[in-house]
Structure formats: structure tokens, C-alpha cells
Design a protein around this ligand. Sequence first.
Ligand code: SF4
Length: 426
Amino acid sequence: MNAPFARADGCATPSAALPVLKERGQREVFCGLTGIIWLHRKIQDAFFLVVGSRTCAHLLQSAAGVMIFAEPRFATAIIDERDLAGLADANTELDRVVTRLLERRSDIKLLFLVGSCPSEVIKLDLGRAAARLSQQFSPGVRVLNWSGSGIETTFTQGEDACLAALVPELPATDAPGLLVVGAMADVAEDQFRRLFDALGVGPVRFLPPRRSGDLPAVGPNTRLLMAQPFLADTLRALEARGATRLPAPFPFGAEGTTEWLRAAAVAWSVDPAHFAAVVAPAQERARHALSLHRTVLAGKRVFFFPDSQLEVPLARFLARELGMVPVEVGTPYLHRVLLDRELPWLPSGTQLSEGQDVERQLDRCRAARPDLVVCGLGLANPLEVEGLTTKWSIELVFSPVHGYEQAGDLAGLFTRPLDRRQRLAA
Ligand code: SF4
């Protein structure tokens, strides 16, 4: 048995010491349908059929417009007035749409029926519809459902709902293994796979998989390494299958990535010297890339509006590795278990807020006059007009930001708006 690793530590502040401002009021967030934009690129033989309104279709189109490489592996089955008035049988309509879709698209192996506010309003039972259609189209196509409804949700919950819907489909196993949970860019996934191989940690599987036929097995000897901080329901479902989470910060920046990998290395009893030797080259490249951005960001004050649920890990990264000062870190939900290794790393004096009352938060932001505001698209333009510099939080979910090689790019997402503002002022 190898000696346990010492944790890298610094200006730790017990999370219990940080005050949390809980707010309930008007919120400015996208709904869970937005997750389809990155999930449809990740699971390459899946199709996402939103059962919703024209509003839902418009949201998807505008969110997809942010992406350069959007592909048509999602669509909206529009619920119209006749359905809403109960004049048409929505189930019959849905069966007709799905049959036509699957006849035309033999490449689809996994079909998600995605619920929306309108489908919930008319109480369309998509779970039952998915079971019925799955039976009809099996074994060629599996049909599952989840809800992206915007009632009381935020946009990254779409991924959580989607992955949680996949968990009952995962095969069972008693074999030991590591499961990395959360959608990451393929390039980051490949880099991590190489690092785990070099460390001798494995077998390693990823959820979601790139092909729906490649679902990872799960069981009592599966260790979970969470790649995203917003997957509370997925984690619960995996734990119910017997898997155990390895507590770790999230793999953002050199430090977060090292400690995330270290959590797996400790569980696999990897020799500390071997661990250090394996991660050293990439860790050094990441530190060097970050040092270039630190000169711009150090001492700058940053304010997070609650949106992506990445706020706490990103604030930790910006504070500890780039010297920024988080003024307020707002998050839609504060998942204390998932953030157990992140919260103690926030600097003392950081105002944490959970939930949103947007007008009051805007007042606090205006009063603080931060150098950078991380917020949703709806708030960014008005704040820019008021002279504040903003970063769209949704970009942080769409971009490859995990791991050592992306650490510099992640920092660049924060330096760019400051740079642009400076050039406009010059
Ligand atoms: S699911 Fe609800 S919040 Fe989302 S676009 Fe449709 S109607 Fe709007």
C-alpha cells in the first residue's frame, strides 16, 4: 500500500465560514433544452426530439446559432392549439412524428423525447410514450425521455436530466473501474484517457459515451469522478446502482486538474512519485499558459451571476491560479456535496449567493463595479451599455475547458473581454 498523497493546500477557508445569501425572485436563465446543443454533438448517434412549442424551437435555434458546427440531430415536435385544447390526441401525433423520423433517419440509435413547459402543461406522459415507442422500435432504436422544462430549472440541468435518464440503461457489473461523469469535449476526454493509462488507473469509461451502443457498465466497484458540478441527480442515480464518488475538485486549471487526477490515483494506490512524473509535463505547460493570463487578470474583481452552475469552481480557479478577486459568486443551486472540495478553496470574504432575485443582484453588481461580470446572455448587453465588461457564462459550457491543455484557453475566455474593452477605450 502506498502512502497517501498530501493535498496541495493554500489559503483555505472553511466553507461553513462563507456567508450564503439565499434569494428567491425573478431569474434570468435559459431552460434545460439548451443542453441539447452540446449533448447532440457528444452522443453521435442520438437524436433529441423536443415535444414543445414554437418558443422552444426558437430557443434551440438561437442557442444553436451560438455554435459554429451545429448539426441537425435535434428537432421540435410542435404542440399546437389543437393539442393544447385537447382536440387532438397528442400521443397519436407523437407516434406519427417519431415513426416518420425513424423511417427517414436510420442513423438514429437513441431517441430522446425531451419534455418542455407545454408538454408538462398538457400533462403529456412522455415516460409512457418512450416505453411504448421503445418497444415498437427495439432492438434498433432505444427511446428514452427527460424534461428540459424551464419551470424552476437552469440550463445545465438539461444535461443532468439526460444523463440521469441513461443511468437505468447502463449494464450492471461487479468489476472495478473508473467512470468519468459529465460531457467534456472529445479532445479533453482523449487527453484524460492517455493520462489515466500512463498512471495505471482503469479501466476508464465516460458518461455520456460517444455512441449509444457503448454505454458504460456500473456497479458496487465503480468509482465515480465527476467532470461537471451540476450533475446531482445523475450522481444520486449512479450511487443507487452502488457506485462511489471520489471526492475531488473539478478539472479546471492546473491545480483543479491535478487534484482531480490525484483523487483517482489515490483510489488506485498509484505511487506518488509515479503520479508526479506522469502529470509534470502537462502541469508545467498549463502553469506556463496561465502565467501569461495572470498578468492581465491578477487583482481584477469578478462578479458571477447564477447561471451555469460552474460558478464556484471557476471562481476558485480565477482566484487561486490567476489572482482574481471574486466579489460575489452566484449559483442557481449550491450543491454542497459536489462542491465539497471547491468551497474551502474560495477566498475568505467571497459573497456566495444561491438562487436569484435579479433586480437586487443587479443593484449589488452596479454598486460593486467589478472589472468583469460573468452572466447570461440576457444580462450581458444591458450591463455592457452601462460600462461593465461581461463574459457570457454559456460559452464556458460550450467551450473545451477541462484539463491541463485547455487551462490557458479557459483563462483566455476571461482575458478576452477585458482586452476588448481596453482596445475600445483606447
Ligand atoms: S421549455 Fe419552457 S422555458 Fe424552455 S423554451 Fe420551451 S417554453 Fe420556454
